[in-house]
Design a protein around this ligand. Sequence first.
Ligand code: NAP
Length: 278
Amino acid sequence: MGKLFGLIGHPVGHSMSPFMHNDQFANLGIDGHYHAFDVHPKDLEAAIQGIRVLGISGFNITIPHKVNVIQYLDEVDEEAKQIGAVNTVVNKNGKLIGYNTDGKGFVVSLMQLAGDSVLHKKMLLVGAGGAARGIYITLARLGVQHIDIANRTVEKANELIASCSFPITSNALSIIEAEKNLFNYEIIINTTSVGMSPQTGMIPIDLKNMKAGTILSDIIYNPIETKWLKLGRSLGGVVQNGVGMFVGQGALAFELWTGQKPDFKGMEKIVRTQLGGN
Ligand code: NAP
């Protein structure tokens, strides 16, 4: 009998995960199917109970359930506990175990662009929301020595820094402070939603003080190239969009569910096609 996998979130109508995972099941000859389920926050507990009863083998969690789902799981792995959010659940013989593959997915994609040496570079994270949390804790866990965090609400950057139990030095900055000293950083990561469709005319941080050759990674993938990345490219930055992170988190989830490594490039291609890129 085939295995069922899925995504729960609200909304999920535009998700690319079903295309990405179903394509891999077909290519690898796995008898599995992935479906996106729109679950309103008031129905989260019932949905998890439904997953148990129906024996769904694994699922992803997206906005707004990544934190609230934790209370309904049987176990949460150490990294997801540190991050405080779960985006992947494995049903192991009836036991629901939560993981977080967002941060690792980002790191995998950053290393594909710039190699392992990225872990020794001076980084600036722009934003201090859920995605920033996964990326910051994962990078700190991997041994990155210094990451500053700039956010519209500086207090949230301070809270994120204070919550990290791994050895790392970080300053919480306002966007204006970070803009003034942008030449200090070798990698700048936008984790805010500024520039995401439909607000495509905004940029999260100005780049006039950036050094040429700086790596600019924007985790937004819709649009496929934000105004901020276009600006960065024109100023000599090495740019990366959010498709790699999206595919990275999906590939790691796929491996947790099936024990098989999916074809990363194939997943990336199908996502780019869905987004109208090439
Ligand atoms: P979130 O928890 O709501 O955090 C949003 C962040 O954006 C906060 O730092 C917030 O600052 C900042 N922000 C929002 N509107 C702003 C504005 N008008 N001006 C300045 N700052 C603003 O959201 P999230 O879950 O972290 O997601 C953030 C983005 O990452 C989204 O675009 C999402 O699509 C993308 N994402 C991509 C992937 C991927 O796989 N590529 C994965 C996850 C998320 P304050 O703290 O001041 O409110």
